[in-house]
Design a protein around this ligand. Structure first.
Ligand code: SF4
Ligand code: SF4
Length: 168
């Protein structure tokens, strides 16, 4: 059948002892440790969260916001497209009738569970009204309870676009 038998390596007594391999690995670790201690400024690693990233571009996806009309009412028309597109199923919308002339419906409640969210941006892409965006520039979100990670409509509408993001 043309089967090729590949010879197994590591059968010698030295290989089975593992100690030479461990010593070689530790020597490499120690070499880099000493080199980095001597030149901390030259480290490629960002000391997050003490040092925040400075290379954030418009393509970064942060915590969501619901965009607003000029009179501060929500652009969202409660069409459920974002919730349908969401792979994490972490968007909860409760619709109600709308009487301000913008559309027929609005979200009575709109919640996103950030603990479930995978920040894929599908909700933003699915929205036909540009009513949800992830350009707040909020990338570190801290909370003490699970409930604090569930953003409601009020919180989502209070979020603003980051000044670091360009207008489009
Ligand atoms: S970013 Fe992705 S996972 Fe998060 S709410 Fe939007 S669609 Fe769902
Ligand atoms: S945010 Fe956009 S996609 Fe989601 S319900 Fe509102 S209008 Fe529809």
């Amino acid at each position: 059948m043309g089967i090729t038998v590949v010879k197994r390596e590591g059968k010698s007594f030295k290989d089975k002892l593992f100690l030479p391999g461990i010593a070689t690995g530790m020597a490499t670790t120690l070499k880099h440790f000493v080199k980095n201690i001597k030149d901390v400024e030259g480290l490629k690693t960002t000391q997050y969260p003490e040092v925040q990233p400075t290379d954030i571009t418009d393509r970064y996806r942060g915590v969501h916001r619901l965009t607003k009309h000029e009179d501060d009412s929500e652009k969202c028309v409660a069409c459920y497209m974002c919730a349908t597109a969401c792979p994490a199923e972490c968007i909860f919308i409760e619709a109600e009738e709308r009487f301000d002339g913008y559309d027929e419906k609005r979200p009575k409640e709109f919640k996103i569970d950030l603990l479930e969210c995978v920040f894929c941006g599908y909700c933003v892409e699915a929205c036909p009204c540009d009513a949800i965006r992830m350009d707040t520039g909020i990338f570190s979100f801290i909370g003490g309870t699970r409930e604090e990670f569930v953003l409601d409509k009020k919180a989502l509408m209070a979020n603003e676009r980051s000044k670091d993001f360009s207008n489009d």
